[in-house]
Design a protein around this ligand. Structure first.
Ligand SMILES: O=C(O)c1ccccc1NCC(=O)[C@H](O)[C@H](O)COP(=O)(O)O
Length: 199
């Protein structure tokens, strides 16, 4: 099996981006959804993304924003991926397809397979994204979707290995679990998370 895909989300400083990249992250996320302690503007994300090698995917994170706004933030920041947390339908993904970016669909619903809305990657998350609250991925009712999907929601260095072993996730995404306080990342936790995730 190939190596687990790891995305570190909600980065705000060059120091934290560097820690994620050096520790082997496959993707780094910048939150463009308003109202989060992790929200950054497009210029900040552009400056942060400039230090990221091409091998690491840069992702802009949105929730319930109009497609024009998503496109504008993506273009101004230069991110190569877009992650949508709202209730956008397939037409929204279709509208973004021409931009050539990797499209991530984040949802708290039961989904059978990645790609139903035209997304490249599926992210199964808690209903309140970025809250650090886990959901019932360990329950008997949970059925993993087909294809490339990432597990998110309440993951930490302490539970990520078990979460991957239990669900068979293709990748993982974390924000709160690598923070020393809400909205403030901890490079040591980022390193521990990535090591633990890959076992
Ligand atoms: O981080 C936020 O505040 C946020 C706000 C609005 C939409 C999405 C947001 N974050 C997404 C993520 O950080 C991750 O995809 C994921 O939900 C991980 O969250 P966490 O439970 O904090 O590890």
């Amino acid at each position: 099996m190939s190596e687990l895909f790891v995305k570190i989300c909600g980065l705000k400083t060059g120091h934290d981006v560097g820690a994620a990249v050096d520790a082997g992250a496959d993707a780094v996320g910048f939150v463009f959804a308003p109202g989060s302690p992790r929200t950054v503007d497009a210029a900040t994300a552009r400056a942060l993304a400039a230090g990221v090698p091409d091998s690491v995917l840069t992702v802009g994170v949105f929730r319930g924003q109009p497609v024009e706004e998503v496109r504008r933030f993506a273009e101004e920041s230069g991110v190569r991926g877009v992650q949508l947390h709202g209730d956008e339908g397939p037409e929204f993904y279709e509208a973004l397809r021409a931009g050539g970016r990797t499209l991530l669909r984040a949802t708290a619903e039961h989904v059978k397979r990645c790609g139903e809305y035209g997304e490249d990657l599926l992210l199964l998350d808690a209903p309140d994204p970025g809250s650090g609250k886990p959901w019932n991925w360990g329950s008997a009712e949970f059925a993993a979707p087909e294809g490339r999907w990432l597990l998110a929601g309440g993951l930490t260095p302490g539970n990520v290995r078990e979460a991957v072993a239990t669900t068979g996730a293709w990748g993982v995404d974390v924000s709160s679990g690598v923070e020393r306080e809400r909205g403030v990342k901890d490079p040591a936790l980022i390193r521990s998370f990535i090591e633990a995730a890959r076992g």
